[in-house]
Design a protein around this ligand. Structure first.
Ligand SMILES: C[S@@+](CC[C@H](N)C(=O)[O-])C[C@H]1O[C@@H](n2cnc3c(N)ncnc32)[C@H](O)[C@@H]1O
Length: 219
């Protein structure tokens, strides 16, 4: 029997996340730089080309770059506004034949299939989001011999206004532990927090902390 109260609650939560992110994207014609995230570019440079899943792909900066490198990429986001921008970027870069952008609310609806690379770049959300469970599903979507790359903010950016509410930033070890990987089935290739110089939205110079997890599926 369907539990209507649960279903309605789930729908309400989903609508909130969708509304939040669509509004966020609609605030401006472009939210992100459009450039590939630096850690992804560094990691992918050493991998053989294959299939990739980009979770929370936003406006498609990473997916379009990956496709330009020859990868077949599925980009997933909750915001149709962001996805439409990603499709346009892929067409403009003439890589649309190697990209597919799909709307999923990862909290309730994870894409099917396995991939040589599953990438989650700054997959944070201030709206109720079961990040641990989503990242566990991300690990299950990695093909044998494939890799999971998670890059997270390890701390708020220095230009974040004081008193600004944000979800807690887990340490890299906390995120890794939450994945619950079977030790013998994975090789840990990177597990570290690194600092990198960055420029804020109003040109502020600062240093950001990135948490990086890169694991390769062995079994
Ligand atoms: C902080 S942004 C990062 C965007 C991009 N990966 C980047 O590095 O620029 C988080 C992205 O996750 C998406 N997102 C948030 N909650 C989601 C959900 N429940 N399902 C799918 N995507 C979601 C947002 O729409 C947004 O594009």
């Amino acid at each position: 029997m369907t539990d209507h109260s649960d279903t309605q609650e789930q729908q309400a939560a989903a609508a909130d996340a969708t509304t939040f992110w669509d509004r966020r994207y609609q605030e401006k014609d472009q939210i992100w730089s459009g450039r590939v995230n630096p850690v992804l570019a560094e990691v992918v440079g050493e991998l053989e080309v294959g299939s990739a899943l980009d979770l929370g792909c936003g406006e498609g900066g990473d997916a379009v770059w990956l496709a330009g490198m020859g990868w077949r990429v599925t980009g997933i986001d909750i915001s149709e506004t962001a996805l439409q921008r990603a499709r346009t970027a892929a067409e403009q870069q003439r890589v649309d034949a190697r990209t597919s952008f799909e709307r999923h609310d990862l909290a309730t609806d994870f894409p099917s299939g396995t991939f040589d690379l599953v990438s989650a770049q700054y997959l944070h959300s201030p709206v109720d989001f079961p990040r641990g469970a989503v990242l566990q599903q991300a690990a299950r979507a990695v093909a044998l011999g494939g890799r999971l790359l998670i890059v997270d903010h390890g701390a708020p950016p220095p230009w974040m206004p004081e008193g600004h509410e944000h979800p807690p930033f887990p340490t890299v070890q906390q995120t890794f532990d939450e994945l619950g990987l079977i030790q013998d089935h994975w090789r840990v290739e990177r597990l570290e927090a690194i600092e990198r110089p960055a420029v804020g939205p109003d040109g502020q110079q600062g240093v950001l902390l990135d948490n990086i997890i890169l694991v390769c599926r062995l079994a």
